[in-house]
Design a protein around this ligand. Sequence first.
Ligand SMILES: Cc1cc2nc3c(=O)[nH]c(=O)nc-3n(C[C@H](O)[C@H](O)[C@H](O)COP(=O)(O)O)c2cc1C
Length: 291
Amino acid sequence: MANPVLTDPGTFGYGTEYAQVIDIQRLGAIICKGITLRPRLGNPQPRLMETAAGLLNSVGLQNIGVEALIKEKAPICADWRVPVLVNICGETIEEYAELASMLDGVAGVSGLEVNISCPNVARGGMEFGASPKAAAEVTTAVKAATTLPVIVKLTPNVTDIAEVAQAVTSAGADAISLINTLVGMAIDPVKRRPVLASITGGLSGPAIKPVALHMVYKVAQKVEVPVIGCGGIASASDALEFIMAGACAIQVGTASLVSPRAPIDVLEGIQRFMEGEGIVELSELIGAARC
Ligand SMILES: Cc1cc2nc3c(=O)[nH]c(=O)nc-3n(C[C@H](O)[C@H](O)[C@H](O)COP(=O)(O)O)c2cc1C
């Protein structure tokens, strides 16, 4: 990666949509929308709600399916300089392995992010990420099925995220990303009903930043592999906090829904900070805030 600024899956489409409005080639990498074996329509509406300083979503992995991704999107990504990683989600361990194997060697796919942290699906997703044993089993199966670099994306909806991080790194994860959304809900007082059709959703955006930052700080001290931080990053200052907590790279997510330029603004802000402080290598900042 040319720089540490990536896009979150689920808030940047397949990259192709944003390519029309920003210079995506300047990004460190793009992580495209969570992909499943078969196409999914996602959960019923309403499935998005803005909250104080955040967003609740219960999209439920709406996506075109892996075959369409390989046929229609990967050839476009193959012409880009920016690496594209595919976020994969299965209902079973075998499905994760099958997705990994199908994407191995596909031009335009530079790596995988294993989503064992989606809170909005009935089967798979967070179900695997909530157990260190199951998380490790998915990681082992994916690693055995691919030659691509494998990032495992963790859920914050657990008692000890560091335990899951250690389990997946022991199973061979090349890097870890955290955090996915925090389970939450909203109620309409007039209707006396939950706002989201799925009742619960995942909370993202600035509201979750302190939680995400603490988890990155904790996990980065427990694992040897690179840690990628995300959760509420909306400015260069936010990104620098994650880097100083121990992240080698960061992802910009919900902020891209507010301003499509957000990842570029974050990148330029990091560069300005480094120039101003006379810092040549990002490694001088990684983990700088550790006590
Ligand atoms: C609308 C929406 C869709 C998302 N879809 C995915 C997904 O497909 N796969 C995944 O791993 N995470 C998904 N996420 C979680 C984000 O990638 C990210 O982990 C989370 O939103 C926290 O970062 P943020 O506060 O910067 O958005 C989604 C988030 C939102 C808001």
